[in-house]
Design a binder for this molecule. Structure first.
Ligand SMILES: Cc1ncc(COP(=O)(O)O)c(C=O)c1O
Length: 396
């Protein structure tokens, strides 16, 4: 009997999804387990997609995406990050951030190669490495006082002759950690010295609370990297523009990798949907006002949840600088999946188990605070009761 390929068997089931499936079988759950805002896509983007359909954007496009969209992305980087990119060669539009990760990883890993992955991290990076028949080697971010950081000694110790790639996420899902300039320099120096590729997942670039003003992006690694460095950046329209269901992202890469990712696109999805690409042009050009409004709300939510968590027994809640997650540690917690399941069943609060985010994640839970206050307030109250052992039963 033919069996499923071992590279496919090695890909673990998502433990966030496992929790979500239990939650989806229940009514009235306060859902804080998925990584998406509950705001719908802004009207002007929806209208742009409808117009694009009427204008005839229903045919195949270039594998690298519409030239106009790539030009708008290059303009966006010039304006927001102060960097020049060649839209013809260094930008590839993808059908989601996940696909940008996939194409980037496929471009640089051979079977048996190793990729260092800074964790806790969204599990897809490690899973895609496995799908490429390669090996993810997870290196945890240590928590120093109330901020996560990078342990460069551990990173050095994890390098072997098979290491080819370093993957990290900043702003981080689930930590909210944002690489400092010094950390960016050290990461670049590390990959230069070991002759590695770097893949920076920057899909939360615009959800940044430490900038000179709200709306300023988290500084991209592309500011410090030279254009001929072995550096790639995975990006997405999902989080910044509330477009999770549209499946649209992009990859910035050194030109040889950009060319190869474009070619691989042909065999993965050929290209992202034509009319969504056209709508994304409107998002880039007209989105700044909506982004600022969203950030004001997210920052208030973050501060509310952080203050609530810090009143709870057994909880250490590090300060996040970006994304829309909190990743509190719960003293004495050794099975975060079981904790989340019990919390869900007893209180109808759904949060993601830290174990889902790889090495260093166990003992914590992830809370996505991109929800209304009417959801966050009872969720924090019920979590506090649960941790105090005073559970208010919820109606079935
Ligand atoms: C760190 C990170 N990277 C990439 C993605 C992918 O985003 P999408 O595939 O929706 O564009 C996500 C989504 O949750 C994420 O959290």
């Amino acid at each position: 009997m033919p069996t499923v390929a071992s590279s496919a068997l090695q890909v673990p089931y998502s433990r966030i999804r496992e929790l979500a499936e239990i939650a989806m079988s229940m009514d009235g759950v306060l859902k804080l387990y998925f990584g998406e805002s509950n705001l719908p896509t802004p009207e002007y983007i929806k209208r742009a997609a409808i117009n694009a359909l009427h204008e005839g954007y229903t045919f195949y496009t270039e594998n690298a995406g519409l030239p106009g969209l790539r030009q708008d992305l290059a303009d966006y980087y010039r304006k927001l990050q102060g960097i020049e990119l060649d839209p013809q060669a260094e930008i590839v539009v993808t059908a989601s951030g996940v696909q940008a990760l996939n194409a980037g990883i496929r471009c640089v890993l051979d079977p048996g190669d190793e990729a260092l992955v800074l964790t806790p991290a969204w599990p897809n990076g490690s899973a895609i490495v496995r799908m490429a028949n390669a090996v993810p080697v997870e290196v945890p971010h240590p928590l120093c006082e109330d901020h996560y950081t990078i342990n460069f000694d551990r990173l050095e110790a994890a390098v072997t002759p098979r290491t080819r790639l370093l993957i990290y996420t900043s702003p981080s899902n689930p930590l909210g950690w944002v690489a400092t300039e010094r950390e960016q320099e050290q990461l670049l120096e590390f990959v230069w010295r070991h002759d590695l590729w770097m893949l920076a997942d920057e899909v939360y670039e615009r959800l940044f609370y430490r900038g000179s003003e709200l709306g300023a992006p988290a500084p991209s690694i592309l500011r410090k990297a030279k254009r001929d460095d072995a550096v790639m950046v995975a990006q997405s329209f999902s989080k910044t523009y509330c477009m999770t269901g549209w499946r649209l992202g992009w990859l910035v890469a050194r030109r040889d990798a950009g060319r190869k990712a474009t070619q691989l696109n042909e065999y993965i999805v050929s290209h992202a949907a034509s009319f969504t690409q056209r709508a994304a042009q409107s998002a880039l050009v007209s989105g700044e006002g909506e982004i600022r409004k969203m950030l004001v709300r997210l920052k208030e939510n973050r501060d509310f949840c952080l203050a609530a968590l810090r009143q709870m027994p057994r909880v250490t809640a590090p300060s996040p600088d970006g994304a829309f997650y909190l990743f509190p540690r719960i003293d004495g917690l050794t099975d975060s999946f079981d904790f989340c399941r019990r919390l869900l069943e007893k209180t109808k609060v759904g949060v993601a188990p830290g174990v889902a985010f790889g090495v260093g994640g166990e003992g914590s839970v992830r809370i996505c605070y991109a929800a209304e206050r009417e959801i966050l307030e009872p969720a924090m109250e019920r979590l506090a009761h649960f941790l105090r052992g005073r559970i208010k039963p919820q109606p079935h």
